[in-house]
Design a protein around this ligand. Structure first.
Ligand code: PHE
Length: 339
């Protein structure tokens, strides 16, 4: 008994902590129901009378000593201002590492929010498409070169299933499933069987738009795109429309925004013209409306298709499109502060 008392005396004496929680567990360990000191008392109760005389006092002293120690430690722990539960509250916080959005998504989200703000809704469709939705309904003649193996990844032939080459396929689905007025944009990934280089990849992203109603004119198209360009590139942005060709629009155009020609970089980016090509557009060909059950005598519309990567490369001055898809964290982490 004597040794056990001495041992515990030393243990109590040596114990020290600044954490309230640790003081409490020490109290339980010593003085709790099954605590070491409590169990000494239990043994003590079984002892013969003369032994009780011998150990009663030291045992009580041990208990008192432990109780005092606990309340002392508790007071200390609570008093030391920067410790509530053993934590140092003045320590700098741990950094929570935030993820970053992908540059393609940053640009896509911005384009989408501009068009949403003027009443366009967002539509989506499958990445694997049949011939009808990717080509035929969009007025691609049978022999059109875009149907060639060179441009299209076919998943199956006869009947053809392919990775969509543009999100115009989604617009076909919207026309099938809804009645004008239609105002929709379709962001999504598209695929082209092209050689991969610094400027082009075999997959990329588009945001295509479609607007169909009575009396929609080319002036509406131009004004809508001007609005977009000035929201996206800045309020004084100038645009120009160059005649172009797409099977599904007539007339068709490509839109450039004026970028400037002030330094060598501007020269490189705009191939010496000062103008940056941003999107393809046009009035929806009456054949496309007809193909999708919309009467071209009553309705007209415009469509446009924006290449997201191309804009992202310019906006963030990324020299090589392949960097967008390598998942190199050293690259991706640079966009943490972008928005
Ligand atoms: N679908 C065309 C492309 O992929 C872009 C476009 C869309 C052009 C709508 C005109 C109208 O290049």
């Amino acid at each position: 008994m004597k040794e056990r008392i001495d041992l515990l005396l030393r243990e109590v004496e040596e114990f020290s902590t600044k954490a309230t929680a640790e003081v409490e567990s020490f109290r339980v360990e010593m003085l709790g129901k099954k605590g070491k000191i409590t169990s000494l008392f239990n043994d003590f109760r079984e002892m013969a009378g003369d032994q009780k005389k011998e150990f009663g006092r030291p045992l009580n002293e041990l208990k008192k000593f432990a109780q005092e120690k606990v309340s002392e430690l508790k007071a200390d722990a609570e008093e030391s201002s920067d410790s509530v539960s053993g934590e140092d509250l003045s320590r700098p916080a741990n950094f929570t590492s935030l993820g970053s959005r992908h540059p393609v998504n940053l640009v896509k989200n911005e384009i989408v929010s501009i068009f949403r703000s003027i009443g366009f809704n967002v539509s989506a469709g499958p990445e694997i498409e049949d011939d009808w939705h990717n080509f035929t309904a969009l007025n691609f003649p049978e022999e059109h070169p875009a149907r060639d193996m060179q441009d299209t990844f076919f998943v199956e032939r006869d009947p053809d299933w392919a990775l969509r080459t543009h999100t115009s396929s989604v617009q076909v689905r919207v026309m099938e499933n809804s009645k004008p007025p239609i105002r929709t944009i379709s962001p999504g990934r598209v695929f082209r069987n092209e050689a991969i280089s610094a400027r082009s990849h075999c997959f990329f992203h588009q945001v295509e738009g479609l607007y169909i109603d009575k009396d929609v004119s080319f002036a509406d198209l131009k004004q809508t795109l001007l609005y977009f360009a000035q929201e996206f590139f800045g309020p004084n942005t100038k645009i120009r429309l160059r005649p172009s060709y797409f099977p599904f629009t007539e007339p068709s155009a490509e839109m450039d925004v004026y970028w400037g020609l002030e330094n060598e970089r501007d020269y490189r980016m705009t191939k010496g013209t000062g103008w940056l090509e941003v999107l393809g557009c046009g009035m929806v060909d009456p054949n496309v409306l007809k193909n999708n059950g919309i009467d071209p005598e009553v309705y007209s519309g415009f469509a446009f298709g924006i290449g997201v990567e191309r804009i992202a490369l310019h906006r963030f001055q990324i020299p090589d499109i392949r960097m967008l898809f390598e998942n190199d964290l050293r690259f991706l982490e640079q966009f943490k502060a972008a928005y």
